[in-house]
Design a protein around this ligand. Structure first.
Ligand code: ZN
Length: 70
């Protein structure tokens, strides 16, 4: 997709679900990893993701540490 202007880009990311899907895509492809323990088997909730590791079990979104770690 091509953007001709910054406002157009911001308009695109204004839609929350679109932005999340975008970050999921560039960071993990289709399989996210837990930023707390590294488990790669989280399950999706309506607000984001939840780690399936029984010792961790933390909720996270794709934004947790996503930019700074790169
Ligand atoms: Zn975890």
């Amino acid at each position: 997709m091509q953007f001709k202007s910054l406002p157009q880009l911001l308009d695109y990311f204004k839609e929350e679900s679109t932005g999340i899907a975008y970050y999921e895509n560039i960071r993990w492809g289709s399989i996210p990893a837990c930023p707390h323990c590294g488990s790669v088997n989280p399950y999706k909730t309506n607000r984001g993701w939840k780690c399936s590791d029984k010792d961790c079990h933390k909720k996270f979104t794709v934004r947790v540490g996503s930019i700074r770690k790169l």
